[in-house]
Design a binder for this molecule. Structure first.
Ligand code: SF4
Ligand code: SF4
Length: 335
């Protein structure tokens, strides 16, 4: 039965998620791109390095999920080989996050059982999507979504919500149903990469905007049989705050060897680890994990440092709500 009530998905203590940026190059130039070459470099990993790092991050004692990212990961000529290696090593799930162009005939080089294909669209029509992601992107992406679904791939879609496209989000569930998408990730725009260059007013959403639109659209999609996942963002009174950096195992790996535990920190050289000679080395000094241990009434410490504009206070200076960890999700649906 389809569940139309949002459930908070707590962090799973014995689960590891590996977000692996194998290159930073991309064929697109999205307005809100979070890739920051000054911090993440411009390298493309060799297949040998990719496989060594896959071995480094697999913990046989844990269920380990792998997400291949870029830039555009399908620009990497050895992505298919990397997917097969990951499967052989024992990664529980492998997902490719693509902008929809699927270079190097990816769908012909891996089987539906080997990888989930996750596409990104930021509008239900070319008129909304293409000014954000690029001319012709809507047509190319939706054609490949249909093709992947018809070939039997498990297909999901990410929609990054901002002031540019929130009013069109409600049209997405019907489109996704038509395209054969099984999972819908509604993402909140972050202040990283290029987004950091916009003012808050023209991109970021207020709590009222987020809460008035997102749960209702999620319900609509769930009613169509689509599994919906969206960030918690605002904690209600009495809800527990937890920092994933303290209680979960997430690694955000960049081709210059930086490894972060918190995606909000990716614009700064505060990464907790560096890969050196195929070993994971803990960094010293002012690293992100120093912040994870601070308990503050506003919830997420890094949010307060980087995005204080989304906090509000009463006359006594008490926060009106807490911001959850950006990795805490809610889900709706029957998957
Ligand atoms: S597809 Fe992704 S990596 Fe490429 S420009 Fe857009 S947001 Fe950046
Ligand atoms: S987003 Fe905030 S709560 Fe989540 S890992 Fe980063 S610092 Fe911790």
């Amino acid at each position: 039965m389809t569940n139309l009530t949002a459930r908070t998905v707590g962090f799973k203590p014995r689960e590891r998620n590996v977000f692996f940026h194998i290159l930073t190059a991309c064929n697109l130039s999205c307005r809100h791109c979070y890739i920051n070459p000054a911090q993440h470099g411009t390298a493309t990993l060799s297949l040998e390095t990719m496989e060594n790092w896959l071995r480094l991050f697999l913990d046989p004692a844990r269920e380990t999920n792998l997400i291949f990212l870029g830039g555009e990961p399908t620009l990497h000529p050895d992505l298919a080989a990397g997917i097969k290696t990951a499967r052989q090593l024992g990664y529980r799930s492998v997902t490719v996050d693509s902008n929809g162009f699927l270079f190097h005939n990816l769908l012909e080089r891996v089987t539906p059982g080997e990888a989930v294909i996750s596409f990104s669209l930021d509008g239900p029509t070319a008129k909304i999507n293409d000014p954000i992601r690029g001319q012709g992107v809507f047509a190319a992406c939706t054609a490949n979504i249909s093709k992947a679904a018809a070939m039997g791939f498990d297909v999901s879609l990410i929609y990054t919500v901002s002031r540019m496209n929130i009013e069109h989000l409600h049209l997405m569930p019907a489109l996704l149903k038509d395209l054969g998408v099984r999972r819908f990730f509604i993402q909140v725009i972050g202040i990283r990469g290029k987004s950091a260059g916009f003012t808050r007013d023209n991109l970021q959403l207020t709590p009222e905007e987020w809460l008035s639109v997102i749960p209702a659209v999620a319900q609509k999609a769930a009613a169509l049989g689509i599994h919906v996942i969206f960030p918690k963002v605002f904690l209600a009174a009495g809800e527990e705050f937890a920092c994933a950096g303290r209680v979960a195992e997430n690694y955000f790996i960049f081709p210059n060897g930086r490894v972060y535990q918190c995606p909000l920190c990716e614009d700064f050289p505060v990464h907790a680890f560096t890969i050196q000679d195929n070993r994971l080395v803990k960094n010293t000094g002012l690293t992100e994990d120093r912040f994870f241990t601070l308990d503050i009434p506003e919830g997420c410490v890094i949010n307060k440092l980087l995005q204080p504009g989304n906090l509000r206070y009463d006359d006594q200076g008490n926060p009106l709500y807490r911001i959850s960890c950006c990795l805490l999700k809610q889900e709706m649906g029957s998957d």
